[in-house]
Design a protein. Structure first.
Length: 263
């Protein structure tokens, strides 16, 4: 959890771009990949994204630490589709609920590449986003309601406390001698205690924010200006270019598979 909020200064070119532009670029890349399942478009997007990863401001160790769930989830998704997906073409295994065919294998590989192409840029770009900068961008650039933005920022800032609370609860229960047996019962008890603690802290935080005028009517002022200029538009252009090139490559190769089209 603390890795999610590790917002030390970044030196990469992409790291200094407005968070709104980063989210917009990730959205532009993901949209065409959501509406198709084919190997060419996903693989093309993944290769183009890999060329930009060195500019994100993440070290290789940090990159692997943050993205290992994606690298684990993508092959598992592919295995599931390969075993239980709709069979077509040459059938290799057909027994009980397991159906492996050339069509299901192609679909599994395409799905794996699509998961990587959609998830990796999102994780990398989010890792370089400071929550306060994101809130400034959402409020000043996208003009979202200040109450919603500030409430989300406060909640995101509290996420880092969950791990500390969990450790404190575990030590307290061990000190009382109630954490030696029954792992499942211990987990459920600690989860409920953490839920109660979170509700109490959230209530106190909401009261404190109201007392400081965060919920007051009228236009809110911002301590820091959120700038959206040439670098941000270039970032959006890169996202659109990756999406366009991926779609064009799939269409040219004849593999474009619009999943919302007629059966």
């Amino acid at each position: 959890m603390t890795l999610l909020l590790d917002t030390h200064a970044r030196t990469g070119t992409i790291a200094r771009i407005n968070p709104v532009a980063k989210l917009g670029a990730a959205f532009l890349v993901a949209v065409p990949l959501v509406f198709t399942i084919d190997i060419v478009s996903a693989a093309t997007a993944l290769v183009l994204e890999a060329l930009l990863l060195p500019f994100a401001g993440l070290g290789w160790r940090e990159f692997w630490v943050r993205t290992w769930p994606v690298w684990l989830a993508a092959p598992l998704t592919a295995v599931t589709i390969a075993l239980y997906g709709q069979q077509s073409g040459t059938v290799y295994v057909d027994g009980w609920i397991v159906h492996i065919s050339s069509g299901s294998l192609q679909l599994a590989i395409a799905t794996m590449f699509r998961v990587l192409a959609v998830a990796l840029p999102s994780v990398v770009l989010f890792a370089t986003v400071d929550p306060t900068d994101l809130a400034d961008g959402l409020g000043q650039v996208l003009h979202l309601p200040a109450r919603f933005v500030m409430g989300g920022l406060a909640g995101l800032r509290m996420v880092g406390l969950f791990l500390d609370d969990w450790r404190a609860l575990e030590l307290a229960r061990r000190a009382r001698g109630v954490a030696d047996r029954g792992r499942l019962r211990r987990f459920l008890g600690m989860a409920f205690a953490l839920l109660v603690l979170s509700l109490r802290r959230g209530s106190k935080l909401a009261t404190a924010m109201e007392a400081r005028g965060f919920g007051a009517p009228g236009e809110r002022t911002w301590a820091r200006e959120s700038r959206f200029g040439g670098r941000e538009w270039a970032m959006l252009g890169l996202g659109a270019a990756i999406a366009a090139i991926s779609v064009a490559a799939a269409v040219a190769a004849g593999t474009w598979n619009f999943i919302l089209g007629p059966a």
